[in-house]
Design a protein around this ligand. Structure first.
Ligand code: HEC
Length: 130
């Protein structure tokens, strides 16, 4: 008698399931969060965040974000600073300075959106709304 049990066990593996799991991992980890930002915040919230940037951040960084108590936050001033640094500063603030942390007031997506507004010269949103 030939023992078929080992053959049967091997056929129980389903390579397609493994492929699917691998594909999901790639899909989830491979998408930078910034690609999702515009979809996750509705237009109304985006307008509110622009307002917050001008009013709240502007109260220290200047209404046109050209600098005040805090340094200028225009795209030209921030172009050499990595987005990750700016995200960190907005989330955690800067210790022993006037720069407050925002992580308890804003979601991660909302902070990402602020970073996008600050970094992207193409957005032109700040100058247009004065
Ligand atoms: C109460 C005043 C105040 C408010 C409000 C404020 N900031 Fe600041 N911010 C500062 C100061 C002061 C610094 C510089 C701190 C230092 O480096 O010593 C700073 C630094 C920063 C930096 C680092 C800039 C660089 O060139 O390294 C970023 C980015 C920033 N703020 C973004 C924001 C954003 C976005 C908001 C609104 C969500 C905001 N800040 C609100 C005072 C403020």
């Amino acid at each position: 008698m030939v023992n078929h049990s080992s053959m049967e066990k091997r056929s129980a593996y389903k390579p397609s399931v493994l492929l699917l799991a691998g594909f999901l991992c790639l899909t989830l980890s491979g998408t930078p969060s910034s690609w999702l930002v515009a979809d996750e915040l509705d237009a109304e919230r985006q307008t509110e965040l622009l307002y917050l940037l001008k009013q709240d951040c502007g109260s220290c960084h200047g209404m046109r974000l050209k600098g005040g108590l805090g340094p200028p936050l225009l795209p030209s001033a921030l172009k050499d600073k990595p987005a990750a640094y700016i995200t960190q500063v907005i989330s955690k603030g800067i210790l022993a300075s006037a720069m407050p942390p925002w992580e308890n007031l804003l979601s991660v997506d909302e902070i990402d959106y602020l970073v996008y507004l600050l970094k992207d010269p193409e957005s032109n949103l700040l100058s247009e709304h004065d």
